[in-house]
Design a protein around this ligand. Structure first.
Ligand SMILES: Nc1ncnc2c1ncn2[C@@H]1O[C@H](COP(=O)(O)OP(=O)(O)O)[C@@H](O)[C@H]1O
Ligand SMILES: [Mg+2]
Length: 293
């Protein structure tokens, strides 16, 4: 999938989320910035507790930030009416949870699980049938359509969950640790499937994960630390070509937030003995930093 246009499809800016638990305040997001182009597959990678699920729940329209702005397509997520929230969740975004059991109704077959979101949005029966079958084929489970979740493996359940999330053809797919409960090989299959969905349907995909290995399966990986996006890694070679053996060139960047701040890695600060302040200059078109004391 080629990425087109300059206007990002998804933008989070200066995002804060503060949870109040009794007298304690937990700052889950502190000025998070994220910008995604239409048709991209990105991973947001961070340790447990770094704010990944909080960010994804806000993007899914399940939660609102304490401060900041979020735009997805034509939606301003902080200015939506209740009706628009429902429309956003049904039409714009599909969601895959880490817990395989949370994604599917246990008493419905794979086919019925995929059909359900279309029943809720009033898609005509003929279209529902065709699209459910197409989606099950896309995720490689056409032959298992009559099976219930308990009759499918964890990886197969996640495949069905992806088909369910795509039922109403959302332009955005959000996946919270979609491979967290899977073994390495099955996880690689699910990631390959997500890349295939992106290529076939043009869906923009945001995966959050604690597993740094996933960075190598996506075009761009963004590190999240303490509720803030800090660095990003881009790869010049797509996942499909990488499977073919090409390593691709990896580049790492620091992210500049909306107030112009960057977080300089501790190793660099130590090497230059930078502590409280720095002298900033420009030399040959490059910014230079030297210790201010
Ligand atoms: N509902 C909540 N109430 C209070 N604190 C929460 C809640 N949800 C998350 N947190 C806290 O916010 C921080 C980020 O959590 P989360 O977004 O779940 O991180 P991750 O998904 O990266 O593991 C953690 O410190 C967590 O304990
Ligand atoms: Mg989480």
């Amino acid at each position: 999938m080629t990425v087109s246009g300059n206007e990002p499809y998804l933008v989070c800016s200066g995002l804060f989320k503060i949870y109040k638990v009794a007298d304690l305040e937990v700052v889950a997001l502190r000025g998070l910035e994220l910008s995604v182009q239409r048709g991209e597959v990105i991973a947001v990678v961070g340790a447990s507790g770094s704010g990944k699920s909080t960010m994804l729940n806000i993007l899914a329209g399940y939660d609102t930030p304490s401060a900041g702005t979020v735009h997805v397509g034509r939606f301003d997520l902080l200015q939506m009416t209740n009706k628009e929230v429902v429309e956003y969740r049904r039409q714009e975004v599909g969601f895959v949870w880490q817990e395989t059991s949370r994604n599917l109704f246990p008493y419905l077959t794979a086919y019925e699980n995929v059909e359900l979101p279309m029943l809720l949005t009033g898609v005509p029966a003929k279209v529902r049938k065709q699209r459910s079958n197409e989606l099950l084929d896309l995720v490689g489970l056409g032959h298992r359509h009559a099976h219930r979740p308990a009759q499918l493996s964890g990886g197969e359940q996640q495949r069905v969950a992806i088909a369910v999330a795509l039922a109403n053809r959302p332009p955005l797919l959000l996946a919270d640790e979609p491979t967290g409960e899977l073994d390495d090989e099955t996880a690689a299959d699910v990631l390959a499937l997500l890349n295939n969905v992106n290529t076939e349907l043009g869906t923009t995909i945001v995966i959050v994960t604690h597993d740094p290995a996933i960075s190598s399966s996506v075009g761009r990986a963004i590190a999240i630390r303490d509720g803030k996006t800090s660095t990003e890694t881009t790869r010049s070679v797509s996942f499909e070509r990488k499977i073919g053996g090409e390593a691709g060139e990896v580049e790492e960047y620091l992210l500049v937030d909306s107030s112009g701040s960057i977080q300089i890695p501790r190793e660099i600060l130590d090497e230059l003995s930078i502590r409280r302040r720095v002298r900033v200059g420009i030399s040959d078109g490059k910014v230079t930093l030297e210790s201010g004391e």
